[in-house]
Design a protein around this ligand. Structure first.
Ligand SMILES: [Fe+2]
Length: 268
């Protein structure tokens, strides 16, 4: 397990089995019509400005989603199958992503979150950890030491598949309760010094929902108090940031979700 950063979880090493399935995924985002929850007064983002290699994509609010074709669960599952190095890796990562979506979906039922783009949140949840696949070696072992790099690796993976920034950012901007340049420098983390902060409500919700489920073997949920206790070791400011997210999105009812995991929630 990564010792110096509260990434949501790690995965036990696995052994290789089946090779990846080669499902085709559309190479480019498709421009579609408007959605009911499109924000007013926002100009369309039909073309993203060019970025230098390795440069982080800008935040894209959910209100820009009308210009982005949001992939559905089946397409995303196929993308996972395409990039998973083993059946075990797929089962662990994809299942975790599904459960993160279940948490977010439950929170989205609150009327106070009706302004969020639920389809964008679903895609973000289902895609956010896809970069973990790139941390497995050819023997099926996960590189725990560099686990924190899975966010940027996921961003690169989605970019290589032609996905737009609105989706790529869910990978590179969901770590902990907000990874800052100062965190990277102070902890000497193996990612380029930069702020990797979730900025849109959809990005924040994906990051937040991710905190309630661990794919450490075996999968299990964590209660809000359990995560708060976990993140305290990284500084009181991280606890404060987590409490702000709780205030914004509310606490999930994990007892309604726990049967889908292997163990009851960790409570503290
Ligand atoms: Fe995750």
């Amino acid at each position: 397990m990564l010792s110096h950063w509260p990434a949501e979880a790690t995965i036990a090493p696995v052994t290789p089995s089946n090779g990846p399935h080669d499902h085709r995924v559309p190479a480019s985002p498709v421009i579609t019509g408007s959605r009911e929850n499109a924000g007013a007064g926002n100009s369309p983002r039909l073309h993203e400005p060019p970025r230098r290699a390795g440069e982080l994509p800008p935040p894209t609010r959910g209100c820009y989603a009308p210009q982005v074709r949001i992939p559905g669960p089946e397409e995303i599952r196929a993308l996972h199958e395409k990039h998973a190095p083993t059946a075990e890796a797929f089962a662990s990562v994809h299942r975790h992503c599904e459960l993160v979506w279940r948490v977010a979906e439950q929170l989205l039922a609150s009327p106070r979150l009706a302004h969020l783009d639920a389809e964008l949140v679903r895609a973000g949840c289902l895609l956010h950890d896809i970069g973990v696949y790139r941390l497995y070696d050819e023997d099926g072992r996960l590189d725990h030491k560099n686990y924190i790099r899975h966010g940027l690796l996921g961003q690169e993976l989605l970019e290589s598949e032609g996905y737009p920034a609105a989706l790529c950012r869910f990978c590179s901007h969901h770590t902990g309760v907000g990874l800052t340049r100062e965190d990277v420098v102070r902890q000497n983390l193996p990612v380029p010094p930069a702020d990797y902060l979730a900025e849109t409500p959809e990005e924040r919700l994906v990051m937040y929902a991710d905190k309630f489920h661990s794919k450490s073997h075996p999968h299990r949920f964590l209660t809000p108090d359990a995560y708060a206790a976990h993140v305290r070791r990284f500084g009181e400011e991280k606890v404060t940031a987590f409490e702000a997210l709780r205030e914004e999105f509310g606490d999930p009812d994990l007892t309604r979700l726990a049967p889908q995991a292997e163990l009851p929630p960790v409570t503290g």
